[in-house]
Design a binder for this molecule. Structure first.
Ligand code: TXA
Ligand code: MG
Length: 339
């Protein structure tokens, strides 16, 4: 059999010659695919993105189709630098500039008034565009070599757990994308925080890898927008999201909930303490040191592992409701909603 080895953080991977998909760190290969309007997977510090040319209707259509993403759900535009922001957004509020300068490249997405060059298909017909500069060397290198920005939703089918490694992306999309750029495990492991503006006032649209506390240190108090399925503020924020196939229950009292599921195949997702109970098949401890940032970065990979064990139920411990605990609780709540 003819084949070759592709080098990547998860290990050497044998690819057969007739197999189209390649896991690689070769930026030129990624660039060539994008120029032909193909989709690739890119690493970011938050989660892997399914990327295409933001100015190409063909690429945008492919993203929606491959993710089975509803058309009303707009995409985030990834740009190479703060300096490029002016090319795609206008009338930028002073607080937005402050945040962008402070946090970019980084896990912060700003929703701003769009310029005409951004296609309506990217913004789902809205006058606003979501934009960020991702903080990953490979992807920044790629963006610097392109003369267009990239649209990139998380590289998972709509509603599923977000991918935090090249392998996760491959598990979802084996044949459908040609190039997966392998940037190792995502350092933050959870999506960017989204901030919008109304009358120049900042509003939190999505909890994410930057905590409210960190953002408020830079611009002062932040309004929170309540979320509903009928009119979600960031339209992708439906109540069921980030969900494993296995039923997931969130609880303040793990011991008690384990008893309720006695006799079933149970997996646990907990903050720092292992539970002594022989009936539990697998336990994922997100941070033995009780470090909330570490816990957030491990959340999705732990959910992916648990979901592959054919369990009857995943019992997840509710986190302290501050800092990144709020983001983790948000993801757990959505993962626990029934179909
Ligand atoms: O960390 C991240 O943000 C990752 C990486 C790949 O950058 N991307 C990501 O994209 O999470 P996605 O498509 O899974 O989530 C984008 C969210 C959706 O909830 C969408 O509704 C919201 O951003 N969004 C996009 N454009 C918007 C707009 N104009 N107004 C309000 N919300 C918007
Ligand atoms: Mg997503």
């Amino acid at each position: 059999m003819i084949g070759f080895y592709a080098v990547g953080k998860p290990g050497l991977k044998w690819l057969e010659k007739d197999q189209h998909m390649e896991i690689t760190t070769n930026v030129k290969q990624a660039k060539d695919a994008l120029i032909k309007n193909k989709l690739i997977a890119i690493p970011t510090e938050t989660v892997y993105g399914l990327a295409g040319n933001a100015f190409s209707e063909t690429a945008i259509k492919k993203i929606f189709a491959l993710k089975k993403r509803p058309e009303y759900n707009p995409l985030i535009v990834h740009i190479k630098s703060f300096a490029y922001l002016n090319e795609i957004a206008k009338d930028i509020p002073p607080d937005a500039l402050k945040l962008a300068e402070y946090f970019w490249p980084g896990p912060l997405t700003l929703v701003l008034k769009k310029r005409d060059c951004i296609p309506d298909s990217v913004t789902a017909g809205r006058e606003s565009v979501a934009v960020r500069v991702p903080n990953h060397l490979l992807t920044l290198d790629l963006l610097a070599q392109l003369d267009f920005p990239l649209v990139a939703p998380s590289a998972n089918p709509f509603g599923c757990i977000s991918p935090t490694s090249a392998q996760h992306v491959q598990n979802y999309f084996n044949k459908e994308i040609e190039v997966i750029m392998d940037g190792g495990l995502c350092v933050r492991g959870i999506e960017s925080t989204i901030i919008g503006f109304e009358h120049n006032q900042p509003i939190l649209y999505r909890h994410g890898a930057l905590s409210i506390e960190e953002i408020e240190k830079v611009i002062g108090p932040l309004a929170l927008q309540t979320n509903s399925d009928s009119r979600p503020n960031a339209p992708g924020m439906l109540s069921r999201h980030y969900a494993p196939r296995t039923d997931l229950h969130v609880t303040n009292n793990v011991n008690q909930t384990v008893k309720i599921f006695d006799g079933r195949k149970i997996g646990l997702l907990v903050f720092k303490d292992r539970l002594v109970d022989n009936g539990i098949i697998h336990q994922e401890i997100l941070s033995t040191n009780g470090d909330i940032t570490e816990a957030a970065s491990n959340l999705f990979s732990a959910m992916h592992r648990l979901d592959r064990l054919n369990l009857d139920v995943i019992i997840a411990e509710k986190f302290p409701d501050n800092d990144l605990g709020k983001t983790i609780n948000d993801r757990l709540e959505r993962a626990s909603k029934r179909k």
